[in-house]
Design a protein around this ligand. Sequence first.
Ligand code: HEC
Ligand code: HEC
Length: 452
Amino acid sequence: MTRSGATRGSRAARRARLALGGVAALLLVAACRTPDALRTAPGALPHAESAANGAPPAPAPLPRAALALGLDADELAAIVAHGPWPPPFRPDPTNRASGDPAAIELGRRLFDDPRPSADGRRRCADCHRAELGFADGRARPPGADGRPLDRNAQGLLDARLQHWFGWDGGADSLWAFVLRPLADPREIGTDAGRLAAVLDADPTLACLRRAAFGDPRPSGEALRVQVAKALAAFIETLDSPRTRFDALRDALAAGDADPGAEAVARAYPADALRGLRRFVGDARCAACHVGPAFTHGEFHDAGRPYMAAPGRPDPGRHGGIAALRADPFNRLGPWSDAATPDAAVRTRHVAPSHRNFGEFRVPGLRALVLTAPYGHDGSMGTLDDVITHYSELDTERLHADGEALLRPLRLDPAARAELRAFLSTLSAPQPAAPAAATPSPAVAACRARPGA
Ligand code: HEC
Ligand code: HEC
């Protein structure tokens, strides 16, 4: 007992150090990326006079936009680390269809197509609705048998920025994850035979598949993998829109080189600014919700209950690691298209530990306004419920490393409102979907190909 307790303690300490090290590294990167203009800008700085009088050298001057908001250098670096947005597209090396227009169009169409499903009625889009950030508004959506699934359906915006998929990280690529809802009888419940029949009966889908993956059409697992890779290529295109936060962040990053920066920064709502300072400051939210997508993509125990059903705990990351290692479609397996082994580094090094029980992937916080309810089981209905959770946190529930980062914040009503105001600046109205060109350019291109 004592021994395992000690091991757990030191592991926890190591993990906390790792987590904080990661944040520090990010901040460092952000600081290094800060344009030179920001560091050398002249201007009427409060310290300038005392420096001239022989006092200790003044710290690097802050840009006028940061001074106008009363931010210090640490706050500035921490805020700038949450961008820029959107990050450039980087194709998934394990998916040769990543970024391919024909594959994206095939995925877009299949996402909304009930024909492959076991009963001919179920679609990905039933549980991932575009107008809800590709979440579905329910705590836990019902499966085909009418019983709720174990977890909340994530919104799919910004999924391309993750490196583990699912709340438990049971898959290490988008396409490997997508194979699961495709096969699961509670979700789509399809198989290679049905997929082949749908593709063969629909000349447009057949054409897009051929353009993306070539002939001949495979069968069996190879066909399921092609369909999953096309769906993943589509999901990779779903970026959440730029927000009021991004305007502030870019103004702060631009420094005095941008004459409009100060006015943009001043336009950010004052209550949201106080919430933001708490978020990157004493509330320590940004220890986990950090980086452009407001998550570091790893797993934590945030003190939420984790019973999937009475007497049946959801093992969270612990089960996810077991699933990932047993998965023949993971990055170490033959279905990955990566040319070099570095694409599988994370997967090779993942190791289970007892403390992973009840850990879940830290969710990103963009487009939150669309994706209620919250948490891995949808048990927090509103942002107010989330804030109450962190305000009144039950530390008895936490693993050791959670404790290192989380403590009840005991926020008063004004502080709660400010945090909520900040979180709401991470969402923006979805831009209206562009009117679909008929036929889409990808379809036209594929029809124009010889042999189409
Ligand atoms: C019956 C509802 C339902 C259907 C149908 C469904 N999903 Fe999901 N989806 C979920 C739930 C619930 C989760 C969360 C599962 C988890 O994390 O364990 C999820 C998670 C995901 C994720 C993980 C996102 C992330 O950020 O890690 C992806 C990707 C996804 N679904 C894609 C699809 C695709 C593609 C289809 C169609 C082939 C589909 N889903 C069909 C309910 C559904
Ligand atoms: C120790 C890491 C950690 C810290 C610190 C942390 N969170 Fe979280 N957060 C998580 C995890 C993990 C979840 C998912 C919890 C679950 O469902 O089990 C989560 C869930 C959320 C959600 C729900 C998002 C969704 O899409 O479901 C919001 C909102 C949120 N956190 C905001 C905050 C705020 C605000 C703070 C600071 C007061 C904060 N978090 C601090 C790890 C953290």
